[in-house]
Write a protein of this length. Structure first.
Lengths: 266, 104
C-alpha cells in the first residue's frame, strides 16, 4: 500500500481538508502516477456537496489528472517510468458489454468505475486527483503528447476537453456547419477552442442572448479571426448547440463553419 | 454543471434537423422543452457523456497537434474551498488547476 496525502470532504457540509489515504501497490497491469496537476471540475463540487445524492464519504474528487509515471506492473506494455500520463473520469469498466467492446466505456452497461466516488452500483470507493499519487489500470491511462511546460493547461482536457470534443465529433461538426455554444465556462471555452481548429472554422459571432425577452439571438457581433483557407466540403447547414451553462450572464457563441478563400487579419 | 435554463429558447434557434446536445449535469430536475419545438422542425435534443478511452486519447493527440490547451488559473491545494466559492460565481477564466506540489 502507498500512503498518499490528499484533500477530502468528510460530509456534504464540511470543507475539503487534509486527508491521508492508501493507494494499492501497482499490480501487474497497473500504472502508478505521481500527480502533478489536477483540474477542478464543477462535478467535483457537486460530488463533495452531495448534490447528486450518491456521494460516498470521505470524498476525494478530481478527475482531470496529469502527472508522471513512477512505476508500472509486469504486464504493462505502453507506459514506462518517466512518461507523462493522464487520467480522466474513469478508472475501470466491465470490459465485456456492448459499449465496452466498442470503446465507449463511459456507457458501460454495468456502470463504469469513476476515478472518484466509486462504481455506480456500489462497491469500494475510489479516490481522485486531489492527491499526490494514483494507481490506475493501464487501459485507463492516457498518453500526454503536449510539451511538459504546458502540462497544467492540459489537465482540464481530461474532462472538459473530451466532454466537448465527443459531441462535436459524434454529430459531425465540420466545414459547412454552424455550431453554437451556450455558456462560456470550463466546458464552453474548450468547445470554442476545439471547434475553432484550423480545419473547421473561419469565423464566429459572439451574440448576447437576451433571455426572457427575445426568442432569437440578437445583437450579433461579428468577430473575425485568421485561419488558413479551408476547402468547403459540405453545404449542409446543421446547427448543433453544446450546452454547458454557467450562471448569468449566459453568452452564446455562434460559430459559422464555412469555407474561406483567404485568411483574414486577426 | 448546468445552470437551469430555458431549453425552448435555444431549441428555437436551431434550423430544421438541428441538434442540441446537453453536457451539463444539473443538481436538480431540469425542466423539459416544449414538444412542438422538436416536432415542427424535426429537431433533436440529445445528451453526451465524456468519451471513451480511445476517443479521449484521440482528443488529446488532436489537441497536442493543434496546440489546444485550457485557459487555467493555478492554485495551491489549500485554496480549493475558496476556488469552489469562486466557481459558483463563475469567477474563473476558465478552469482552476491544482498544483499538487503544494500538497505537502
Amino acid at each position: 500500500m502507498i500512503k498518499t496525502k490528499a484533500y477530502a470532504a468528510q460530509s456534504a457540509t464540511s470543507e475539503l481538508a487534509p486527508f491521508e489515504l492508501h493507494r494499492r501497490s501497482p499490480g501487474a497491469e497497473d500504472v502508478q502516477i505521481e500527480i502533478l496537476y489536477c483540474g477542478v471540475c464543477h462535478s467535483d463540487l457537486h460530488t463533495v456537496r452531495g448534490e447528486w445524492h450518491n456521494t460516498l464519504y470521505p470524498s476525494v474528487p478530481g478527475h482531470e489528472i496529469v502527472g508522471r509515471v513512477v512505476a508500472v506492473g509486469d504486464k504493462v506494455r505502453n507506459f514506462k517510468p518517466g512518461d507523462l500520463a493522464g487520467v480522466g473520469c474513469m478508472v475501470g469498466s466491465c470490459g465485456h458489454c456492448h459499449s465496452c467492446d466498442e470503446g465507449e466505456e463511459q456507457y458501460c452497461d454495468n456502470g463504469f468505475t469513476g476515478t472518484y466516488n466509486g462504481p455506480v452500483f456500489g462497491g469500494e470507493n475510489t479516490y481522485g486527483g486531489y492527491s499526490q499519487t494514483i494507481v490506475v489500470k493501464e487501459s485507463f491511462v492516457l498518453h500526454i503528447k503536449h510539451a511538459e511546460k504546458d502540462l497544467a493547461s492540459v489537465a482540464p482536457l481530461l474532462c472538459a476537453g473530451i466532454t466537448t470534443y465527443s459531441p462535436l465529433r459524434h454529430w459531425g461538426a465540420g466545414p459547412g456547419k454552424t455550431v453554437g455554444i451556450v455558456g462560456l465556462g470550463g466546458l464552453g471555452h474548450m468547445a470554442v477552442k476545439i471547434a475553432l481548429t484550423p480545419w473547421a472554422l473561419t469565423s464566429f459571432y459572439l451574440p448576447r442572448l437576451r433571455r426572457a425577452r427575445s426568442k432569437t439571438a440578437s445583437g450579433l457581433v461579428p468577430m473575425k479571426f485568421a485561419f488558413p483557407p479551408i476547402p468547403s466540403k459540405w453545404r449542409l447547414m446543421q446547427t448543433a448547440l453544446i450546452s454547458s451553462s454557467t450562471r448569468w450572464p449566459l453568452r452564446t457563441i455562434w460559430m459559422s463553419i464555412s469555407n474561406c478563400s483567404s485568411a483574414m487579419a486577426r | 454543471m448546468a445552470a437551469p435554463h430555458n431549453l425552448d429558447v435555444y431549441l428555437q434557434l436551431l434550423k430544421r434537423d438541428g441538434t442540441m446536445i446537453l453536457v451539463g449535469a444539473p443538481a436538480e430536475p431540469h425542466p423539459s422543452p416544449g414538444v412542438f419545438n422538436l416536432i415542427f422542425k424535426r429537431r433533436q435534443l440529445a445528451g453526451s457523456l465524456i468519451g471513451g478511452i480511445r476517443e479521449t486519447q484521440e482528443m488529446l493527440d488532436f489537441c497536442a497537434q493543434h496546440d489546444i490547451v485550457s485557459d487555467v488559473e493555478m492554485i495551491p491545494m489549500d485554496y480549493i474551498n475558496t476556488a469552489y466559492e469562486r466557481m459558483l460565481r463563475s469567477d474563473v477564466k476558465y478552469r482552476f488547476v491544482i498544483d499538487l506540489a503544494s500538497l505537502k
